[in-house]
Design a protein around this ligand. Sequence first.
Ligand SMILES: Cc1cc2nc3c(=O)[nH]c(=O)nc-3n(C[C@H](O)[C@H](O)[C@H](O)COP(=O)(O)OP(=O)(O)OC[C@H]3O[C@@H](n4cnc5c(N)ncnc54)[C@H](O)[C@@H]3O)c2cc1C
Length: 467
Amino acid sequence: MILKERSEVNKITTNLSIAELRASLKGRVIVPGDADYDEARMVFSGTIDSRPAVIVRVANTDDISRVVSLAHETGLELAIRSGGHSGAGHGVCEGGIVLDLADMRALEIDVKGRTAWAETGLTAGEYTAAVGAHGLATGFGDTGSVGIGGITLGGGIGFLSRKYGMTIDSLLAAEVVTADGQLVYADANTNPDLFWAVRGGGGNFGVASRFKFQLVEVDMVVGGMLILPATADVIADFVAAAEAAPEELSTIANVMIAPPMPFLPPEAHGKLIVMALIVYAGDTEAGERALAPFRAIATPIADMLHPMHYPELFPPEQAGYHPKAAARMLFVNDIERSVAETILDHLKASKASMAVTQIRVLGGAISRVPADATAFAHRTSRIMMSVAAMYQDSAENAIHEAWVTNLASILQQNDSGTYVNFLGDEGEARVRAAYPGQTWERLTAIKTRYDPTNLFRLNQNIPPVGD
Ligand SMILES: Cc1cc2nc3c(=O)[nH]c(=O)nc-3n(C[C@H](O)[C@H](O)[C@H](O)COP(=O)(O)OP(=O)(O)OC[C@H]3O[C@@H](n4cnc5c(N)ncnc54)[C@H](O)[C@@H]3O)c2cc1C
């Protein structure tokens, strides 16, 4: 079989056969017709159904270089995939090449030195479980199946961020295969421009094959789920408690209509709830004290907070879960009672099978890093909010897109920034909003140096100068 497809833009063609491609790589090549093609092309988002010409499960950096060259030679679009959770579905493409890192999962843990080198095919959950066996951790997000590739390159905000900063604040070095096929090492001293850019600038600068992370001692935490009845007062009080809490404590509060979940009493089903994930990463007794203000906000519908090993926060996930969702994120300064009322009114009016407004109070170590120290510049943004609508029928997409866009615009205060890891396919202006002011100028200059032809363009794209 011949890779016949040609880019209309780039007329370079190749006579490379799939047999030759297979012979030139250590990793697996999957093409339409192969038994696992349909599974291999699937990404987390259920709204994406793209059929790439070829999927390469790379085995090493030579394979990555080969696939990067293939993209050059053929002009085919190149998708880079770690965990496949991009909301825009950038982990797959129509008719192009998917470079899938899932088989590159080596992890070298230096327990004494408190560092780990991790290949980017690992998921956050796999990494967390492996280093957690030593009572150590690096903070990622709230979901184990997210790839360390995408979350790290975009920033990484999760349960340990208020105490230890974002994932990029624990990144010590990266190895990146750039557009010329070379493997480039970057840290604070070597190629510092690239190192700055990959800490928030996404997959624009090359294929990250490995990251070196700082590990911190996080063994037992107190945390889990606390479910409260959602009223405007409860939401406002919850946010105030989260802001007043010690930095060891992080919260992710999902305001939503309660689905019929087994751990909820039947009388709560269909009612507005705050389903909060709360984690205190520190001493258990101090944790219980820090949790008390949250338990006192209202009589909990369910209180599942308890001491646990940190990796238990990332339980196995439902296989084959590919939700269709519309989502918008924004940063806000405060959530007063009137804002909470608006959220509740709109949730009640949504036609989605599940509509959620997620609230994460930031601050702490995130805000102590200067805005220009990494490509993530929103260091002083106080609260991250996501408005999301999950639905079953693709035909309803426009209704839910309109609902999330409308609610996000109503909730918008004076922080116009956005977080690149929570962007969908939302257009150039939203990518610019992720990289305000000087950050954008620096990123485009570094992009021009490392990827002048914009080979890595299937992402939240930062084009090279003149493109
Ligand atoms: C259920 C869910 C929960 C989430 N929770 C959080 C959270 O708590 N905190 C948070 O900060 N984010 C969270 N996110 C957002 C998540 O961080 C981003 O969607 C991230 O991009 C996903 O990374 P991935 O590797 O799984 O996705 P992929 O789709 O594989 O990758 C996303 C993009 O990143 C780039 N990329 C990935 N790996 C590489 C690589 N090795 N080299 C070069 N480029 C690469 C590519 O451009 C790719 O298109 C969540 C997303 C979902 C769906």
